[in-house]
Design a protein around this ligand. Structure first.
Ligand SMILES: NC(=O)c1ccc[n+]([C@@H]2O[C@H](COP(=O)([O-])OP(=O)(O)OC[C@H]3O[C@@H](n4cnc5c(N)ncnc54)[C@H](O)[C@@H]3O)[C@@H](O)[C@H]2O)c1
Length: 341
């Protein structure tokens, strides 16, 4: 039984690798050549590391050959200056190349787990609250579209070649050390600035035909130099909400997807124990950093909640780490391998 983990140096991947090694599994960690994050795996003993870029079929064939399970986590996430076609080349066709390698070189594969995203729904204008696995898929940017195409390719190859598979759609993942900067002025400004640009964000709907919320927030928040906590509240009178997921809960979901018999052929939402309201998040960071918290009324509602009950019911998924716990652990330190070196 050897498990290939792609994206092994990533936020999720490094922690999946470590948990599997601790459980006594034979793990092969796939990283791209010249990976700046490879040193994150230095602390994990007893792993084989293979270099393969998701655009290189030959290298992928070698990495996949003879494996009995694959957890496919590698992806292009960062927008910035990344050319749009690279998202499709890595997230969709990279998945295709892995599956082609499986068909030809891994006849005994027992499970192919594909990491997907809440970005395959419509994050800026969700069609349901909460979003279930059966909710309409309508990605709103090139990242979400490329991830959904990866899902479609997997379903297609799995049907034709009888590949045992599971898809896990994650909420917004945070490593505890990343949680501490959320729900503060600079964070809210960053999210809204990207949404205002349109192409750089999957929540451009929040600005489409609506007033400039960035201006509203900038005008309403005093003490900007101390980066206060900020909660946004929509015209329905309730705080904005989003569904965060601690990387430790994501690792739990991935391991269940890999091993649980009931995961076979299924798709699961995987996220934290409950969505986090901006009011709750702002209160938690205000207390943790002793900064004031301001609530700003904006002219748009936004609620991105995921229904994780299918994973709870079928797999026994039991997410533990809500935002308060992430911040507390981020401040005191944890054994989690950090997202970045
Ligand atoms: N981070 C989130 O909030 C989030 C939310 C939903 C879904 N996801 C999905 O979860 C998975 C893991 O995300 P993460 O947060 O650990 O991402 P990450 O950016 O931390 O790690 C991604 C990894 O992919 C590898 N990679 C990128 N391009 C590659 C290529 N061309 N060839 C080989 N490897 C390549 C990188 O080396 C990196 O280690 C991804 O599939 C992502 O789409 C993430």
């Amino acid at each position: 039984m050897s498990v290939l983990i792609t994206g092994a140096s990533g936020r999720v991947g490094a922690n999946v690798v470590r948990r599997l090694v601790e459980a006594g599994r034979q793990v092969v960690a796939m990283v791209p050549p010249n990976d700046p994050l490879r040193s994150k795996l230095d602390s994990v003993a007893d792993i084989e590391i293979v270099e393969a870029d998701l655009t290189d079929q030959e290298a992928i064939n070698s990495a996949v050959k003879g494996r009995t399970a694959i957890v496919h986590l590698a992806a292009q996430l960062n927008r910035n200056e990344t050319p749009v076609d690279k998202f499709f080349d890595i997230n969709a066709f990279g998945t295709l190349r892995l599956l082609e390698a499986v068909v030809r070189h891994a006849p005994d594969l027992e499970r192919f787990v594909l990491a997907s995203t809440d970005g395959t729904y419509r994050p800026g204008a969700p069609t349901a609250r909460p979003l279930a696995e059966t909710s309409p898929l309508a990605p709103a940017d090139y990242y979400g579209s490329s991830k959904l195409l990866g899902e479609v390719i997997l379903q297609r190859w799995a049907d034709q070649y009888d590949i045992p598979h599971t898809v896990v759609r994650f909420g917004t993942i945070l490593s505890p050390e990343e949680a501490v900067s959320r729900f503060r002025y600079e964070y809210v400004r960053g999210v809204l600035s990207r949404a205002a640009l349109g192409r750089e964000s999957n929540i451009w709907h929040l600005f489409h035909g609506h007033p400039d919320m960035l201006e509203i927030v900038e005008a309403a928040v005093p003490d900007k130099e101390i980066n206060p906590a900020v909660a946004l509240r929509g015209p329905d009178g309730t705080p904005w909400t989003l569904h965060l997921a601690d990387v430790r809960d994501i690792v739990q979901g991935v391991l269940l997807a890999l091993d649980h018999p009931a995961a076979l052929g299924e798709t699961f939402n995987i996220a934290g124990p409950h969505p986090t309201g901006f009011d709750e998040g702002a209160a938690i960071v205000a207390k943790a950093f002793d900064v004031p918290s301001y609530t700003v009324d904006v002219p748009v509602d936004w609620h991105l909640d995921m229904d994780v009950s299918k994973a709870q019911r079928l797999l026994g998924f039991a997410p533990e780490f809500d935002f308060a716990r992430m911040v507390a652990d981020g401040l005191k330190g944890t054994s989690v391998i950090p997202a970045r070196v």
